[in-house]
Ligand binder design. Structure first.
Ligand code: NAP
Length: 307
């Protein structure tokens, strides 16, 4: 007979491990399923300055490990496993993974969001050959070179600053005439000295044979096109939620996010959604962590009412 956990958490980012921390402290038998390493998206950020309690900031990978250790101190278990399928309507709920089947009375979906592709021609083919999605992960491969970055949000701004410290020249391509990124980024971007802006511009085509050699840009105001030679292109245009596993089992919004309010309860009783994967206004480490605490509270309530 398979063991039945009180709670299975899918995803070991800040939302997932905070759910596990609160759940185990409440006496719930809790398993976290994580495919790679703790921290989720956060683990790819070298410096997190907006998670309180770290006055000098903290490396995202380190913070992820601390969150895992904190939850495990109270008995949470981690299984490194890739989840292949979930059966959330069953009792108990069933999770099929690369490491076998796991059963839980409640499930917390904490799968986060992955990078959103640009949708340009040959994007998949040139990924890893000049096209990249994570400055902190891949920036060093472009040391001393000229790179472009597409996007105008906080991620693009943060990535442009990382790249400006590594690359000779960084060209930020944005489809509007001003950044969406918060003010805190504006001055450092302007003062970097090696960051140029291409406003009202979109990437119309990726150029190069086996490797990216440049991009063709289109001016969204005049319609004029131009070629921009670059060694690399970082795509930083937002993220899309990792919800393929649960589609058809819990309600999703038009963007594919799991519909759940501040209670983190989804359309299916006993299933909770925390962090970037759920509908919410502010997707940050701290709001993901807050979701985890709330999910554990409502999971505890669900278990009390349903056992
Ligand atoms: P975002 O805030 O949604 O910004 C996406 C940017 O990409 C926008 O400027 C958007 O343009 C542009 N864009 C979207 N689709 C595009 C396309 N097909 N072609 C060209 N440009 C496109 O996404 P994000 O910057 O990845 O941030 C995601 C979340 O993480 C946000 O909530 C953000 O605040 C948070 N975050 C926070 C920090 C921080 O606080 N330090 C750091 C990183 C991320 P428009 O402006 O025209 O829509």
């Amino acid at each position: 007979m398979n063991h039945i956990y009180d709670m299975i958490v899918i995803g070991g980012g800040p939302g997932g491990y905070t759910a596990a921390l609160y759940a185990t402290r409440a006496g719930l038998d809790t398993l976290v399923l994580e495919k790679l390493s703790a921290g989720g998206q956060m683990a790819q950020t070298t410096q997190i300055d907006n998670y309180p309690g770290f006055d000098e900031g903290i490396d995202g990978f380190e913070l992820g490990e601390k969150m895992q250790a904190g939850a495990e101190r109270f008995g949470a278990k981690t299984e490194l496993a890739e989840v292949h399928a979930v059966f959330l309507h069953e009792t108990p709920k069933r999770v099929e993974t690369s490491e076998g089947t796991f059963l839980g009375k409640t499930v917390v979906i904490a799968t986060g969001a992955g990078h959103r592709p640009l949708g340009a021609n040959r994007e998949a083919e040139l990924t890893g050959r000049g096209v990249a999605y994570c400055a902190a992960c891949d920036g060093m491969g472009f040391k001393g070179k000229t790179v472009a970055i597409v996007g105008g949000g906080n991620s693009a701004a943060a990535d442009a600053l990382i790249l400006s410290r590594i690359c000779q020249m960084v060209i930020l391509i944005h489809r509007r005439d001003s950044l969406r990124a918060t003010k805190v980024y504006h001055d450092p971007l302007m003062q970097a000295g090696n960051i140029e802006f291409r406003w009202n511009s979109v990437v119309e085509e990726l150029l190069g044979d086996n490797r990216l050699s440049g991009v063709r840009l289109r001016d969204t105001v005049t319609g004029a096109t131009s070629e921009l030679p670059v060694d690399g292109l970082f795509v930083s245009i937002g993220r899309s939620p990792e919800t393929a596993l649960v589609a058809g089992q819990v309600e999703l919004d038009k963007g594919g996010y799991i519909i759940a309010d501040e209670s983190t309860r989804t359309s299916l009783p006993g299933v909770f959604a925390v962090g970037d994967v759920r509908t919410k206004a502010v997707r940050q480490v701290i709001t993901a962590a807050a979701d985890g605490a709330v999910a554990a509270h409502y999971a505890e309530q669900y278990l009390a009412e349903n056992s």
